[in-house]
Design a protein around this ligand. Structure first.
Ligand SMILES: [Zn+2]
Length: 432
């Protein structure tokens, strides 16, 4: 597992990424997908506005199900993490109005400055900034939702053309092609895409402060992609964001494969709700169906390492509690129990339904009937079994107090391992 703590971390290595976080959220987590060649490179930025879930669940979905086979895609799935946790546009003000000028005292200063450098990286050819906007953009006024002032279901351009030698300088043409691609064979015309030109330079002083206009001023082709805030189903927003991303990639000549059918909305929904696991140092929490509150999580007082399987995973510490999020969804809250903690993985022997296996900390075992931790070196505590020294005891589901389960279905329990007063890690037991 890579555990690099850089502004920009992690290199493409298949379909699996993990997300190592710090609780200050002053770094930008970026996934680089296939960066071996110097063909077109596209930068996707999600979650500049915290209350626009289509804009962060979509890039997360993209990194999970797509593989870039020609060219490169750099993905920042959830830029404004703290605002995403609060489901707020911007808890320190609108981050997308801070790209012309930002005070060093501004609490978004660090993120915005780092992002400007990434946008200006000479390897980036094209920038997409994802949003969920109000209503449904139409060239002519239909009603209060479908009109030229709406933002949703459109590519937004700051001007028709960029005065540059870039092969993507003709912004209007590119956005038109994207529109055509998304709308062809569309089953629901209501959600058709449009192209909205804000004529930023001449007409829109507010938009002159935006991310895309910062890119444009620096002769870098950039588009905002807006799905509609008035589409309620998150899987539909993600579907349209992904259709747009696919269309932009295709125009840029970037090739990809995917392991999911994006016309299948139930498959998209299922993927969005796959929260997977959170590892804290050497222990593990399953985030799907987890109880809303978990007491007594063994942790260190300081310098804990948090690693999510899901790139949208984040944590907020408030008073003595830790709040766990996937995007804007609050998943659970846990209370720490402070120990000296061993952070290196260890393994223990467990007899699972009669068969002895070596199991390492942070993994999960599946049990049909019973298990027994065969160990004399460490003290084993099966939480809810109740003896505190549970080495060499045959344990089945009926022996454990169901209120100690981690999940609402009462199937998943914890084996904790201690060496005297040092917490060595945990293993999950899932009863079938
Ligand atoms: Zn927005």
């Amino acid at each position: 597992m890579l555990r690099l703590f850089l502004t920009v971390f992690f290199l493409f290595s298949g379909f699996l990424f993990s997300n190592v976080i710090n609780l200050k959220y002053n770094t930008i987590n970026m996934v680089k997908m296939h960066n071996e060649d110097d063909y077109s490179r596209l930068l996707i930025i999600g979650g500049i506005h915290g209350n626009e879930p289509g804009s962060y669940f979509a890039p997360n979905f993209f990194t999970k199900h797509y593989k870039v086979t020609k060219g490169s895609v750099w993905v920042i799935p959830s830029l404004n993490t703290k605002s995403i946790q609060r489901n707020a546009r911007g808890i320190y003000g609108d981050m997308n109005r801070k790209f012309n000028y930002i005070s060093k005292k501004d609490r978004d200063f660090s993120i915005v400055s780092k992002l400007k450098k990434i946008i200006l990286d000479e390897r980036i050819d094209l920038v997409l900034n994802l949003h969920d906007g109000h209503g449904f953009y139409r060239d002519k006024y239909h009603n209060h939702l479908f009109n030229p002032k709406a933002w949703g279901q459109a590519s937004i351009i700051d001007q028709n053309k960029l005065n540059s030698s870039s092969k993507f300088a003709n912004l209007r043409d590119i956005a038109n092609q994207v529109q055509e691609e998304i709308n062809k064979n569309a089953s629901n015309k209501k959600y058709n895409f449009g192209v909205k030109n804000t004529n930023t330079k001449e007409k829109n002083t507010n938009m002159q402060k935006s991310l895309t206009y910062f890119a444009i001023k620096n002769k870098k082709p950039a588009f905002a992609v807006e799905t509609s805030k008035n589409i309620k189903k998150i899987e539909v927003k993600v579907q349209y964001q992904i259709k747009a991303i696919e269309a932009y990639l295709t125009i840029a000549g970037i090739e990809f494969t995917k392991d999911i059918n994006i016309s299948d909305l139930s498959a998209i929904k299922k993927s969005i709700y796959e929260f997977k696991n959170l590892r804290i140092n050497n222990s593990i929490l399953p985030l799907e169906n987890i109880r809303s509150y978990i007491p007594f999580i063994p942790m260190a007082r300081k310098n804990n390492e948090f690693e999510f399987d899901n790139l949208l995973g984040s944590i907020k510490k408030k008073k003595k509690l830790y709040y766990v999020f996937i995007g804007n969804k609050h998943i659970t809250t846990f209370k720490p129990d402070y120990f000296k903690v061993n952070k290196k993985k260890i393994s223990i022997s467990i007899e699972i339904d009669g068969e002895i296996k070596q199991i390492s900390t942070t993994s999960q075992i599946e049990v049909e009937n019973s298990f027994k931790v065969i160990n004399s070196k460490y003290r084993i505590n099966v939480i809810g079994y109740g003896k505190r020294k549970d080495n060499n005891k045959l344990v089945s589901l009926k022996d454990i107090g169901s209120k100690y389960s981690l999940d609402k279905k009462k199937k998943i329990y914890r084996i904790e391992i201690y060496d005297k007063k040092i917490f060595m890690g945990s293993v999950l037991v899932k009863f079938k």
